[in-house]
Design a protein around this ligand. Structure first.
Ligand code: PEP
Length: 255
């Protein structure tokens, strides 16, 4: 596998954090710190911050993403946001299937698949999250479970559409817990995801796919995780809320 075949991408997931003035301040602080990045830089922000962050990021190398979108184009879905609404604003990325959506908001593999397809049809880049719970890892079913999540999420996604998909491997036990997967554990599952994608599509498609690790990645452990052959970037929660920390991770991915 040749890492040079694919783009390294560091994406921040701000979760439910930051008011609009705070969001603007964070992006303004981040811009000069990541301006020379040799990797993709994305910030996935709350819906209420999208317009502010799009404006603040204008003319910079920072791309803007949302943290979810609905699978229908419009209609009676109170509280939801469609992929078309995001595109119309100028949003380029969307996180789909984050474990917090799966855990707290009833997201299933089937609704993740619907959202992935709707987002791609609208022209968005998708950051698709997969990952096992601690019980799954202890039962020794990580590979089966993550392969299944990947297969269902990509059901009906064409090889051409796959070019706009990033898969983020996020072991649920490592998200927001301060417990990071070891670099070897992260690489093992990212490599397994790549071989699953090779079986679904072909080797060239799998070689070109950006696979991120996410789960307590921070300024201290980023170097080791990002040096792994199948880890092409990171989805960063807590550490993306501080510009200096996030920029250290971005610069680690740029090496
Ligand atoms: C995340 O929100 O996707 C995440 C990985 O969070 P953290 O970095 O805080 O573990």
């Amino acid at each position: 596998m040749n890492k040079n075949l694919r783009a390294a991408v560091i994406a921040g997931n701000w979760k439910m954090n930051k008011t609009r003035p705070e969001a603007k301040a964070l992006v303004e602080e981040l811009k000069p710190l990541v301006k020379d990045a040799a990797c993709g830089v994305v910030v996935c922000v709350p819906f209420t911050n999208l317009e502010t962050v799009l404006e603040a990021a204008k003319g910079s190398n920072i791309k803007v993403g949302a943290q979810n979108c609905h699978f229908e184009k419009s209609g009676a879905f109170t509280g939801e946001i469609s992929a078309d609404m995001l595109v119309e604003m100028g949003v380029e990325y969307v996180v789909i299937g984050h474990s917090e959506r799966r855990q707290y908001f009833g997201e299933t593999d089937v609704t993740v698949n619907k959202r992935v397809k709707a987002a791609l049809a609208a022209g968005l880049n998708v950051i698709l999250c997969v990952g096992e719970m601690l019980e799954d890892r202890e039962l020794g079913i990580t590979d089966e479970l993550v392969a299944m999540q990947t297969k269902i999420a990509l059901n009906g996604v064409s090889k051409d559409e796959l070019k706009k998909v990033i898969i983020a491997y996020e072991p649920v036990w490592a998200i927001g817990t301060g417990k990071t997967a070891t670099a070897e554990q992260a690489n093992e599952v990212c490599a397994m995801i790549r071989s699953t994608v090779a079986k679904l599509y072909d080797k060239a498609a799998a070689d070109a796919l950006t696979i991120q690790y996410g789960g307590s990645m921070n300024a201290k452990n980023a170097d080791e995780l990002l040096a792994q052959p199948d880890v092409d970037g990171g989805l960063i929660g807590g550490a993306s809320l501080k510009a200096p920390d996030f920029s250290i991770i971005v610069n680690a991915a740029s090496k």
